[in-house]
Write a protein that binds this ligand. Structure first.
Ligand code: NAP
Length: 291
């Protein structure tokens, strides 16, 4: 099966590129390879590459930057997504798209179900929500939307790598302890995307690693594992702080744990692993890449 991944250098796109096998030929198209603002150009490109399925790993992911760059955020997270859905429909190929926990407000106090009301707090979440709505209007019959959260990989920029860098350089750190979610290793997310595509799953589903954490919990785990593996040269005092003590341009949900049962039911062979185990796997991979 030839799978076209939209995105090349991003965390998920890169993890997907590692899944190329005799069963799945994977071709990643970066921003210079395909014009996502033009349906005819996308259709032509997918046809040219003989796509049997498409995974959209491209997104405007700058949550704070989106607040002042609204047009570009909507162009990539909404319009381009609708265009991709239409191009997939033109060619009758399956489409998997990734969305976010930031479509939710964060005041539910229990894990969010796929069908729960969406009420984004900022432009990033609102633009991603519009992307979801466009897919649902244009091509629900062969599309899957997978919402995820707190994604990291050995490749690209993310919280784990930022923390390791800060822990090696700063005398102390204050990390937010009143935002709760689930960290997700992009390698597992990539496997979920491939499985959803090959098993023709449709509708909206959630995939994250299991277990919950605050950013503070996550940072402490990164420090402990990083120090054990020799990725850190010292241990740095980390203190818990509140969201109010760390103001950002975009508001973020206080609680955005996603209920994964619908995907667990639809794909019983897919592994759902605790975030601490996945973090250890990623950090061993990081260590191996550095040595
Ligand atoms: N990161 C998170 O914590 C998180 C949380 C929840 C949901 N998600 C969702 O998960 C998916 C994957 O995220 P990620 O962390 O892998 O993102 P990422 O590392 O920030 O990568 C973003 C990707 O988008 C592409 N892109 C950016 N601007 C573009 C443009 N103007 N035109 C075309 N492509 C452009 C990049 O393309 P190039 O390859 O050409 O550079 C890159 O492949 C996204 O849908 C994101 O919304 C992420």
């Amino acid at each position: 099966m030839k799978i076209i991944v939209i995105g090349k250098s991003g965390q998920l796109a890169w993890e997907l590129s590692q899944f190329s096998s005799p069963e799945h030929e994977i071709l990643c198209l970066g921003r210079n390879d395909i014009n996502l603002q033009n349906i005819a150009a996308i259709t032509h490109s997918l046809q040219l590459h003989k796509a049997a399925g498409v995974i959209n790993a491209a997104a405007y992911t700058g949550v704070d930057k989106a607040e002042s760059d609204v047009e570009n955020a909507y162009a990539l997270n909404a319009k381009a997504v609708g265009n991709l859905a239409q191009a997939c429909k033109n060619l009758s190929v399956s489409f998997v798209h990734i969305s976010t926990d930031f479509v939710f407000h964060g005041d539910k106090g229990a894990p969010y179900l796929p069908e729960d009301e969406i009420r984004p707090l900022g432009i990033y979440g609102a633009s991603k929500a519009q992307g979801e709505q466009l897919i649902t209007q244009v091509y629900p019959e062969r599309s899957t939307i997978i919402r995820t959260s707190w994604v990291y990989s050995t490749h690209g920029n993310n919280f784990v790598k930022t923390m390791l860098n800060l822990m090696n350089t700063k005398p102390e750190l204050g990390i937010i302890s009143d935002q709760i979610g689930s960290p997700t290793y992009a390698k597992g997310l990539a496997a979920a995307c491939i499985a959803s595509l090959t098993h023709n799953i449709t509708g909206i589903h959630h995939y994250t690693d299991t277990g919950v954490a605050s950013w503070f919990d996550f940072a402490v785990a990164i420090q402990n594992m990083g120090y054990e593996l020799g990725l850190l040269i010292k241990k740095t005092p980390i203190k818990p702080i509140t969201t109010a003590q760390y103001p950002t341009p975009a508001k973020r949900p206080h609680y955005s744990v996603l209920d994964k049962s619908s995907l667990m039911l639809a794909l019983p062979e897919l592994s759902f692993v605790h975030w601490q185990t996945q973090l250890a796997t990623m950090m061993h991979a990081l260590k191996a890449e550095q040595s």
